[in-house]
Write a protein that binds this ligand. Structure first.
Ligand SMILES: Cc1cc2nc3c(=O)[nH]c(=O)nc-3n(C[C@H](O)[C@H](O)[C@H](O)COP(=O)(O)OP(=O)(O)OC[C@H]3O[C@@H](n4cnc5c(N)ncnc54)[C@H](O)[C@@H]3O)c2cc1C
Length: 404
């Protein structure tokens, strides 16, 4: 037995990816320490769509059943035109023979992480240290020395492996000095939530609305329970400062332009965020491995970011557990990198970029062609099924597991 065999696996970050890694490892009896910089779980308005394979992956841990208690099952979603109407509608029931979850489950990300943490605490020996920021590490051959900072000062922790699941600004990734290749979109996204019911205007609980400047993505979210909230994402003018974008009058103007009504909209939440398409040039150096947003970022059109973080975690934990127990050599971890990088680049990056370009197409002729293509796909059950397999991440995941 080497030193590393007795040491824990340290996970930087208690976001959905880090907690999933910890749970999947901890359930196998492997010692894990999660170090989270914040004093508690973060609550910002972020992901909220869970595709069928993600629900399947989380089900054996009891997470999916807990999510179903408040989550909304969304079987149908639409492509719409801003100045027209419905273009095409897709129904995930077409995949009912392939998955026990033939729907997107809508649940706020900040309602998922408490479920993960609760199961982690009640069913594993995993330690979670809030208020412990990972500030760096040293690779020491058969282990890694993780450097931490907390209110009580700096400390070090010896780890068999370090998983960097510390989000888009990952200190772990930066310390590895790998490139974060890709680009940042010029415009920020504005996210607005309102109790106003868009369903009575024919919107399904998930809809993508095409327009050259005012495109939008619509999601019905459970919030604290029925009737829930409608969340809309819009692109912002890159020339305007953040406070002007978030100004209540600007938000009201955007909502009225989206769907005019005589009364003002009641706005519950609003936020803006910058959007990137980036993938780390390498996801593993020695005993340090990246997962989730630390390894890749994409725009939220299609709802792939958090889902792929969970897919990373499940894939990595399965291989890392075998390596930790001495049942597999380190090449298993390179396979994790090849499989997940393939899914990220070939599926998540390409589809999220294409989704944005389809919605914002400026040439009316080209846009018309795209919309007619959606009509053709939706009206042919075989093509619609293939489209749903792609957009639900099922075909990309299957292909990634074929990567050797
Ligand atoms: C507005 C918005 C909408 C989105 N919509 C969707 C969607 O519908 N579907 C989807 O799949 N994805 C969506 N995403 C993406 C999704 O939110 C992210 O992909 C997801 O949060 C990634 O999880 P993560 O655990 O990898 O990273 P994070 O959620 O960023 O978690 C990282 C954690 O690490 C902690 N941390 C950071 N630095 C350190 C450090 N040095 N030491 C210790 N801890 C540290 C952070 O505090 C945080 O808790 C959306 C994102 C945004 C912004």
């Amino acid at each position: 037995m080497t030193t590393a065999d007795a040491l824990p696996i340290v996970v930087a970050g208690a976001g959905p990816t880090g907690l999933m890694c910890a749970l999947a490892l901890g359930k196998q009896g492997i010692p894990v320490v999660v170090c989270e910089a914040e004093p508690g779980l973060t609550r910002d308005l972020r992901a909220g769509t869970f595709h069928p394979p993600t629900q399947e992956m989380m089900a054996p841990y009891g997470i999916t059943a807990r999510m179903q208690e408040t989550g909304i099952q969304v079987r149908e979603w639409q492509i719409r035109e801003r100045r027209g109407d419905l273009v095409a509608q897709f129904n995930l029931s077409l995949l009912a023979d392939l998955t026990p979850y033939p729907y997107r489950l809508h649940l706020e990300q900040h309602r998922l992480t408490p479920i993960q943490l609760d199961i982690l605490r009640s069913e594993t020996e995993v330690q979670v240290r809030f208020g412990h920021e990972v500030t760096g590490f040293e690779q020491r051959g058969d282990h890694v020395l993780v450097k931490l900072q907390s209110d009580t000062g700096s400390s070090e922790l010896e780890a068999a492996w370090l998983i960097g699941a510390d989000g888009g600004r990952s200190v772990v990734r930066k310390s590895l000095s790998v490139e974060f290749e890709g680009f940042t979109w010029p415009e920020q996204f504005l996210i607005v939530s309102t109790p106003y019911d868009f369903g009575k205007h024919g919107f399904t609980m998930n809809a993508y609305v095409a327009d050259p400047t005012e495109w939008a993505a619509v999601f019905k979210m459970p919030d604290t329970g029925p009737p829930g909230l409608w969340r809309i994402a819009f692109p912002c003018d890159p020339a305007l400062p953040d406070d002007a974008l978030l100004d209540a009058r600007n938000v009201e103007r955007r909502m009225q332009a989206f769907l005019p009504r005589s009364e003002a909209y009641e706005i519950r939440y609003r936020s803006i965020f910058r959007v990137h398409q980036r993938v780390a040039s390498d996801w593993r150096l020695g005993r340090v491995i990246l997962a989730g947003d630390a390894a890749h970022l994409n725009n939220p059109l299609g709802g792939f970011g958090l889902n792929s973080g969970i897919h990373d975690a499940v894939n990595l934990a399965e291989k890392l557990a075998r390596v930790w127990r001495g049942e597999a050599d380190e090449s298993a971890l390179d396979l994790y990198v090849r499989q997940r990088r393939a899914a990220t680049i070939e599926q998540v990056q390409s589809m999220s970029i294409r989704n944005k370009r389809l919605l914002e197409e400026r040439d009316p002729e080209v846009s018309r062609k795209h919309m007619l293509e959606f009509v053709a796909i939706a009206s042919d059950p075989e093509r619609a099924r293939r489209h749903l397999l792609d957009t639900s991440m099922i075909s990309g995941l299957r292909r990634s597991y074929e990567v050797g």
